[in-house]
Design a protein around this ligand. Sequence first.
Ligand SMILES: [Cu+2]
Length: 201
Amino acid sequence: MKTIRRATVVILFGALFVASLAQGGEVKGKVSAAGLKSAENIAVYIDAIPGKKFDHPVQHVSVDQRNLIFIPHTRVILRGTTVDFLNSDHVAHNVYWPSINGDKKLRHSLTIVSPGHEKLFQFDDLGTAQILCNLHPEMVGYIVVVPTPYFALTGNDGTFTIKNVPPGTYTLKTWSEDGKPTTQTVTLTDATTSVQLTVKK
Ligand SMILES: [Cu+2]
């Protein structure tokens, strides 16, 4: 009898330990676009959390250039992330951004990215960089630099999921190419929290 009880206690503590390792809940939501072309490619992210700092990610992310298009069109990254700008085309690209969040002092040019080559840049400033190529005026893309690793990009129906967020009350924000930024307070548990957002022109 005693052995069984002890075993039960061990299992219970084991279960509690595993539960404490769980990484929190998730935000599942849908963005409605009022007057925009679509609800796709809208960045949704949790704004800076007072007292919380996030290390610069070791893992790089990439933006490719293929058929004179930046792929993906919009890339959301945590501040401090290094982006590898690739070139899968047979022509050179001259990649630059004229500002970050409208600050022209943060403009930067990667100069020529030759076919099959790449150039890296670490984004340490928050905000959006519109990436352009001065050899191909039709090329445009966006790097959205956010303060937390809790972000997502909406799919073509406007839905998004942000995973592994610790429970708490946060400010949820959006960025979109042709809509105004939105801000909404959300309180998350360790389960799934549903959120509806509207982005207006
Ligand atoms: Cu180009």
